[in-house]
Design a protein around this ligand. Structure first.
Ligand code: URA
Length: 275
């Protein structure tokens, strides 16, 4: 591997590039110096699939994900429900989630981004999934979307010390892709228990994914936003819930900020007991 830069930052940048590009699995345990191998034994007749022996290439088993991560999605969601149910506090839930191997996203993410803010707050906000900044820091809404979110909260007199923030999926999907329905189904019991344990008075769904999955609705966010819904916890509590536009969408479509502003003022009115 003599062509690789020796310094740590450059190596880290190469690794980050691969993760950004969506590479989420190394096939072999050991690195291979293909240049040295091909010099030692000229062209093989035919390429062999990874993990099979070839000229100059010893058999190495593909790196397996932990067994639970390759479980069928229904099984993994069942395990998630079972484990989430046992958490009696948010700290316990975070620890259980950190040890949960049923979602393959965990193995490409740097960190679990479980929550930020104040779990005692009257308002809980649920977004989609961590991005690169959140993954690096290990908390939701740390990057540009988070900064806009903070400004929107500030505009109605709130800050992170008064609200609790989480995501539908707590691990960053490689390359910031949208989480798959299977990944969401596996993570959903955890966010459901997180909402139940935090017990906010108001819930804000940031974007389509949070709104559709938490409220079990099919309509898109441009239709559902700005209307109050009821979220029911498993233990039968009802939480007033407002879908609104995701800050990342507002960064791309700044003209829509006026709709976001309307939703945040609706939340302010509710907090003031006027709605
Ligand atoms: N977008 C989200 O939905 N959540 C984050 O934490 C960051 C960006």
């Amino acid at each position: 591997m003599s062509d690789l830069p020796a310094d740590r930052d450059a190596l880290q940048a190469i690794l980050d590039f691969h993760v950004e590009a969506g590479v989420d699995l190394a096939l072999d345990d050991e690195p291979h110096d293909r240049f040295a191998e091909s010099k030692a034994s000229p062209l093989p007749d035919e390429p062999k699939p990874a993990g099979q022996p070839g000229p100059g290439r010893p058999a190495t088993p593909p790196r397996a994900l932990p067994k639970a991560a390759s479980a069928a999605p229904d099984d993994a969601a069942g395990m998630a429900r079972e484990q989430a149910r046992h958490a009696q506090s948010l700290e316990e839930l975070e620890a259980i989630l950190a040890g949960f191997d049923g979602c393959a996203l965990k193995f490409s993410a740097k960190n679990l981004a479980f929550s930020d803010g104040n779990p005692e707050g009257r308002v809980m906000l649920v977004g989609e999934a961590p991005g690169a900044d959140e993954d690096r820091i290990g908390k939701p809404f740390m990057g540009r979307s988070g900064q806009l979110l903070d400004r929107m909260l500030g505009a109605i007199g709130l800050d992170r010390s008064e609200v609790y923030v989480a995501n539908i999926v707590p691990w960053r999907p490689p390359g910031n892709r949208t989480p798959t329905p299977q990944e969401i189904a596996i993570c959903k019991p955890f966010i459901a228990r997180q909402i139940e344990l935090a017990g906010p008075k108001y819930l804000l769904c940031l974007g389509n994914l949070a709104a559709q999955n938490l409220l079990d609705i099919k309509e898109g966010i441009l239709r559902s936003r700005g209307r109050w819904f009821t979220y029911r916890t498993e233990d039968g509590r009802e939480i007033r819930t407002l879908p609104t536009l995701h800050p990342a969408y507002l960064l791309r479509q700044p003209l829509q900020k006026r709709l976001g502003w309307r939703d945040f003022t609706a939340l302010r009115r509710a907090l003031d007991g006027q709605d």
